[in-house]
Every structure is written in structure tokens, then in C-alpha cells.
Design a protein around this ligand. Structure first.
Ligand SMILES: [Zn+2]
Length: 187
């Protein structure tokens, strides 16, 4: 059975048996915080357990690398919406060791794109349009530096209220141990 059908079958059963009831909550985070973290599969359940948050406790935003790549991109917009409209009073940026974005080699990804059928002319068109694909795919070499940089971008964002602490942490994806990089209360 294909993955989509498996999901739809499970979902029918989930709804029919009212298994949603144990997850009932509101859209406002009980712990009044928003987390930006990585989409890494190992963090899916480990991170909430390791920091003691459950359904209804937090707003959580995920992308590859827990990066704020652009001050006016969708990540920053999500953080601002969480702060101004959804009662998040603190921001946590949580990167992790052994992150795929620390090992990413843009030139290899581009090679892979070409192998998978993206035409050379697409790269030429993008280059003419001023888009640097290597830069677009770039990751980081140090996760703690990256977390500190993202936390700094959020803290200093012109649209952020000054009284919102922005913390930076790095989690171990095997043990769940957190290392503090930025204590937002000290800013
Ligand atoms: Zn990651």
C-alpha cells in the first residue's frame, strides 16, 4: 500500500475512534513561548520530551537547520505572529549537533539536482536573475555560532518588541542534553 493511502486509512480510524480527544487544547501556548528548531527526524518526539512540553504548550517552527536565513522571510514572520498574536512571550532557538545543514555541500546538491533532471539552463536563468543557488543552499560550520546568529537576528529585528527574551540552545539528538548558547534574560 502506498504511503498516502496508509495515512488516509489510519486517519479515518483515528477520527472515528475519537483518538483526538486526548490532544484537545487551544491555539494559545500554555507556556507562552515559541521555539524555532530543526526539522531533523530525531527531534520529532525527543525535543518535546527533553524540554517537558506537550500539545498545547508551545508554538513550534521548524526548518532545515533552525535558521533565520532572511530577516523578512517566513520564519521571522511566524515568530512575529507568535509574539504579537498568539501570546508567545519568549523565543527559543534550538539547533542540534550532527545537523544536516552543517554538513551540506551546495555544489553536491546542485550536482544532484542536475542528475534528477533540473536543466543547466535553469541555473543560468537564476544566475542572470541575480540568484546565487550555492548561497541559497548554504548551511553553517558551527551550530552554536549559527544558533547565536539566529537568536541575534531575532532579538535585533526592527519589528520585535524589546522586552522579549530570545534564548539560544543546542540539543544533542541522541541524549536530548541541552547546551546553553544564549541566555535571553541577560540581553
Ligand atoms: Zn538539523
Amino acid at each position: 500500500m502506498k504511503l498516502l493511502q496508509q495515512i488516509l486509512d489510519h486517519n479515518k480510524d483515528f477520527v472515528e475512534n475519537k483518538r483526538y480527544e486526548e490532544f484537545a487544547t487551544t491555539k494559545f501556548p500554555d507556556k507562552r513561548m515559541v521555539i524555532l528548531t530543526c526539522m531533523d527526524t530525531r527531534l520529532l518526539e525527543l525535543l518535546p520530551k527533553a524540554i517537558n512540553v506537550a500539545n498545547g504548550d508551545v508554538k513550534i517552527i521548524k526548518n532545515a537547520g533552525a535558521l533565520v536565513a532572511h530577516p523578512f522571510g517566513s520564519i521571522m514572520r511566524s515568530i512575529l505572529v507568535a509574539v504579537y498574536q498568539l501570546q508567545a512571550d519568549e523565543v527559543f532557538v534550538i539547533g542540534h549537533h550532527d545537523c544536516g545543514m552543517s554538513a551540506i555541500k551546495p555544489e553536491l546538491v546542485i550536482e544532484e539536482m542536475k542528475k534528477r533532471g533540473v536543466d543547466e539552463s535553469a541555473f543560468e536563468t537564476l544566475a542572470y536573475s541575480g540568484i546565487n543557488v550555492e548561497e541559497f543552499l548554504k548551511g553553517f560550520s558551527s551550530v552554536s555560532e549559527s544558533v547565536a546568529h539566529s537568536a541575534d537576528m531575532i532579538k535585533k529585528h526592527p519589528l520585535m518588541p524589546k522586552d522579549v527574551p530570545v534564548h539560544g540552545l543546542v540539543i544533542n539528538p541522541e541524549t536530548g542534553k541541552l547546551d546553553l548558547v544564549v541566555d535571553g534574560y541577560g540581553q
